[in-house]
Design a protein around this ligand. Structure first.
Ligand code: 5GP
Length: 143
């Protein structure tokens, strides 16, 4: 599938649409999912244009997993989640809805069911509060 340069994440990467950013470097961007499945649900994506993981360069994939690991640790501390689901969909048939490769970091709590995928928009103030906690943990980890 050719890369659609106007998909919503491409537009966020170009700064044409807003996002609640928690981390950015030369190769990656991480921001809160606007329709989180649990508190702290975050997306990590490469800046490189790629629809699926298989379209992404090995360097882009490596950058994403390193950042996913770092951001996941900060999220775990920020929301006090005992577990983290890290997932990644490739192609519509697999459930991918935005055609720019990304990793989901979804905190899990015992007995708490996940909200449905990409359905219910969260309160923006609540997202801002959670993002502040995550960026605080990322800064603390850097020392
Ligand atoms: P996918 O189904 O492609 O794996 O996941 C796409 C994710 O992006 C969904 O969890 C959905 O809630 C999220 N999403 C869709 N549109 C936007 C948006 O405009 N901003 C943000 N922050 N997340 C979005």
């Amino acid at each position: 599938m050719p890369y659609d340069k106007n998909n919503v994440f491409a537009r966020i990467l170009r700064g044409e649409l807003p996002c609640i950013k928690v981390y950015e470097d030369a190769q990656t961007l991480a921001f809160l999912d606007i329709m989180p499945q649990s508190d702290g649900h975050t997306l990590v994506l490469p800046k490189e244009p790629a629809v699926t993981l298989l379209d992404l360069s090995p360097e882009g994939a490596a950058a994403c997993i390193v950042v996913t690991r770092r951001v996941a640790a900060a999220i775990q501390r920020a929301v006090g989640a005992p577990g983290l689901l890290i997932s990644q969909f490739n192609g519509e048939a697999a459930g991918q809805t935005v055609p720019h490769v990304h990793f989901h970091i979804i905190p899990r709590f015992p007995g708490l069911k996940l909200k449905p995928h990409g359905r219910e928009k969260a309160d923006p103030d609540r997202l801002d509060q959670i993002a502040a906690r995550i960026t605080g943990e990322l800064m603390a980890a850097r020392g």
